[in-house]
Design a protein around this ligand. Sequence first.
Ligand code: GUN
Length: 302
Amino acid sequence: MATILDGKAHADRMLEGVRQGVEARRARGLRAPGLAVVLVGDDPASHVYVRNKSAACARVGITSIEHRLAADTPQTDLDALIDRLNADPDVDGILVQLPLPKGLDSKRALHRISPAKDVDGFHPMNQGLLLEGLPGLRPCTPTACMSLLAHHGVDLKGLRAVVLGRSEIVGKPMALMLLEQHATVTIAHSRTKDLPAVCREADLLVAAVGRPGMVEGSWIKPGAVVVDVGINRVEDPGLAARIFACEPKKLEIFQSKGAVLCGDVRFGEAMQVASAVTPVPGGVGPLTIAGLLANTLQAANG
Ligand code: GUN
């Protein structure tokens, strides 16, 4: 049986570090770091994320300021708000919650945020610094995954790592961070030929594709470390029966609630093959917010 990599416990450790960092600033007579969160429209999942972010900020002493805009907000109004936040000396970090409603250009919004306040690490300046291996604000999810791996003593040097997914938010930056730690990295994706065979080569498999239960136990090399970044809601009974075949408890939740959260990896199958696996929920999810608050403290400290 594999070890479960407890993301919630590691997020708590990271948040405690941030709380101490905030306290150290205050002891030097500096104000609390300020995070501005911009939420446009009424995507229910985004509202949940934003609520969780505000609660985590309160826990570590970061001031969080929410800006809610209507779904039909013109791009020029969003531009103006970002400009105002860029110029506001009390705001250290700016996060524009994604996805933006149809009609708004998210790249234009993200490129407008000052790189010094870009706590998501999505600005091309920060992405370029990461590419060069220089310090900057780095995307929260891969940064926190690297911190989790380091905490559990996973030695990445020379390791064969496969990153499944090529998003700008997770896949690409994760691959760069693994490379920086001397892993041999393959980025695989939906068009990769013989994906199961490519995944089976991985000593470390990072799944970030957003496809529930896509990675089967037979795709995993015995003894591999598996990091599951996917958070998917499964509502289809046929799919649930397939992907939770070795997880009776999940199947029970599905049967009582009609839906259940699951990652990109079939957790029950992975547990029988891998040496360590992150669960969903309670794995990478809580780490993302911890990474965001660590970035906010870093932005405040300059
Ligand atoms: N929506 C889902 N995840 C994220 C994230 O990491 N950052 C932002 N800005 N929006 C998101």
